[in-house]
Design a binder for this molecule. Sequence first.
Ligand code: GLN
Length: 470
Amino acid sequence: MRPTRTLREAREAMASGTTVRALTEAALAEARRQAHLNAFLELFEESALAQADRVDAAVRQGTAGPLAGLMLSIKDNICYKDHRVGASSRILEGFTSLYSATVVERLLAAGAVIIGRTNCDEFAMGSSNENSAYGPVANPLDPARVPGGSSGGAAASVAAGIVHAALGSDTGGSIRQPASFTGTVGLKPTYGRVSRYGLIAFASSFDQIGPFARTVEDATAVYNAMAGQDPLDSTTSARPSPPITLRDPGKLRIAYYRECVERPGVAPAVRQAMTALVERLQAEGHRVEPAELPLLDHQVPTYYIIATAEASSNLARFDGIHYGHRSKAARGVEETYRLSRSEGFGPEVQRRILLGTFVLSAGYYDAYYAQAQRVRRLIRDATLRTLADHDLILLPTCPITAFEQGALTADPIAMYLQDIFTVQANLAGNPAISVPLGSDDQGLPFGAQLMAAPFGEEVLLRAAAHLLPA
Ligand code: GLN
């Protein structure tokens, strides 16, 4: 059989006798058939089929969880006990997880089947998936183009119709931007809403795990099963997280960042579709009004200073001694550190460690790191002010559609600027979602982005389901 595209379709197939094992075999076969995408680094065939049998037994006994029938992939920075994980880096080549991330435990308990681990930018650093030590991922809609990043394999695994949903991580846009580039839905939850226990850390004050799916309904189902406090991650919130139902949210007050649509560099198709969307929402009775975007030109620099600072600290553990690749050529402790890290980390990761070490070093700390923290506070305060008298903020997910492989690799700054519309939600910590909005004259998709106040996932998901096309 061909894989089903949504959990709802899988449920229908199950109602007419299809087993979860058959769904799983179909997903695995489809992943193999589309191996040329390079979306998966490994298929977890054995554990996937064993889980499928457990879920089938639960279905027969009437005890199946809410995600029974869901085919899921996990990004290669999310730990799954007794399975390999490597953040698409050579430094973790051959490493096996000793424990499962909380999200993995919760999704397995809810009945999901994990098909395999997906390719990504090394340590989630990138916007195109071209920084993986295991090669780039092809965009299923046009293999000459990138799927976005850093969760490129995750996005491709959904867009290619292999799985219903994928787990990615979003530090500066790594779920929303690839969702925009592949015509999928991508949700970055509120910081503290979903446990980071078992996520390989990049920048701990920004990182959040979130779902990709074909529909808001499926993204919500995955979110519902994994959100909520976790004693193993002290940054998770104690607020209750009752499952969200996708009722019509009624008429909303929406702040609109016109500046993000009118600025140079935004693709004409994105501009036109956003303008048409605003007009439609107004005609439908929503109050959509322009709002001032806080410090737009400072957002990307602020993000890259803080993210690299945190990364330089988080990645110190990969030293060839505690963890990771150990150089065979090295003699003595110092050379072991130096050669292991030089051999194990790719060029972008090395650049970020150097940048992060620089902005934290004596004499530069105040000018860069401390200053960036102050600007972050201003951006957060301004974002929350706008969200105090609006239900949502509306803006594009990205200025452009998927670019060609290699187009931006020579210019790191051009690559960093891809994150211009996505880093705000990470700097402020609020939730954001990208939902397919339209496509350009070459048929390449792009998304609209909605943001809500921290812990405002309910209105965010309801609006995404009812106000936007997908
Ligand atoms: N593109 C951004 C970066 O390279 C965001 C990555 C992410 O969200 N993991 O840092």
